[in-house]
Write a protein that binds this ligand. Structure first.
Ligand SMILES: Nc1ncnc2c1ncn2[C@@H]1O[C@H](COP(=O)(O)OP(=O)(O)O)[C@@H](O)[C@H]1O
Ligand SMILES: [Mg+2]
Length: 238
């Protein structure tokens, strides 16, 4: 089980948002992707998951070339992602939302998958509660439960800690680590705050202006003068 991409390029018109990025993650491992706002992290996820077609390079999932496949084909092959903004169907209840996620899969998932997945995501809010009443952490847990019920082999998490308090961030880190330990899933986690990847990622890749500027164990990467310059000296996009 692995996700590999090679020399990915992604354009918005004439603007190069991702410029020659390669990465690889295998089962049971967590790769962190850091970089200042506007570095191209989300665009890279869009290319990996099929929301933005690659303008160059190749994406492979478990050895299959998925570069030109639509989103739903990638999902069927075991790829899952979450988004920076935890958008939930505010008028539906949690039970209805989890039900819709199960029934959208083919063959339909049995209701029995809900409880063990909720235990993995530590999502304890009762089924009758409306999604619109959930706080940011519970919205993220609900959406994670929806995708994990499908037992993906590779999971892309786009800023799973944004908008959370420190104790909530610690909980999300624990959930990610436990999920990887128990299910052997491969995880790529985007986080613009470099220091937060210390707790969760074994390897970190740092992007700036569409390019990879450093890669390696967090402790080494964080001390890299090029990385520090990108974070603390370069003008940053809003
Ligand atoms: N839909 C879009 N159209 C044009 N430019 C975009 C679009 N989405 C993102 N960008 C630009 O591409 C660059 C990378 O954005 P993004 O991938 O969202 O970065 P990150 O996730 O690292 O903050 C930024 O300069 C951003 O303004
Ligand atoms: Mg982003």
């Amino acid at each position: 089980m692995s996700l590999t991409c090679t020399d990915i390029r992604a354009l918005y018109g004439g603007f190069v948002a991702v410029d020659g990025v390669s990465l690889s993650v295998t089962e049971g491992h967590i790769l962190g992707v850091a970089g200042p706002n506007g570095a191209g992290k989300t665009t890279l996820f869009d290319v990996l998951s099929g929301f933005h077609s690659a303008d160059g390079g190749r994406v492979e999932l478990n050895g299959t070339d998925i570069t030109r496949l639509p989103v739903h084909r990638r999902v069927r092959l075991g790829l899952a992602r979450t988004f920076q903004s935890p958008l939930v169907p505010t008028e539906l209840t949690i039970g209805e939302t989890l039900g819709a996620a199960r029934l959208a899969w083919s063959p339909k998932l049995d209701r029995a998958v809900e409880q063990p997945t909720r235990e993995l995501t530590r999502f304890t809010t009762p089924d009758h509660v409306r999604c619109g009443g959930l706080d940011t952490l519970d919205r993220r847990k609900l959406l994670l439960t929806c995708v994990l019920m499908r037992k993906p082999s590779v999971l892309l998490l786009d800023e799973p800690c944004s908008g959370l308090m420190q104790d909530e961030i610690d909980e999300v880190d624990e959930i990610i680590r436990q999920m990887v330990a128990e299910t052997a899933i491969a995880v790529v986690v985007v986080e613009h705050r470099l220091e937060l990847l210390h707790a969760v990622a074994e390897t970190v890749l740092v992007m700036d202006a569409g390019e990879v500027i450093a890669e390696g164990p967090p402790a080494v990467v964080f001390d890299d003068p090029v990385v520090r310059a990108a974070y603390f000296e370069a003008p940053q996009a809003a």
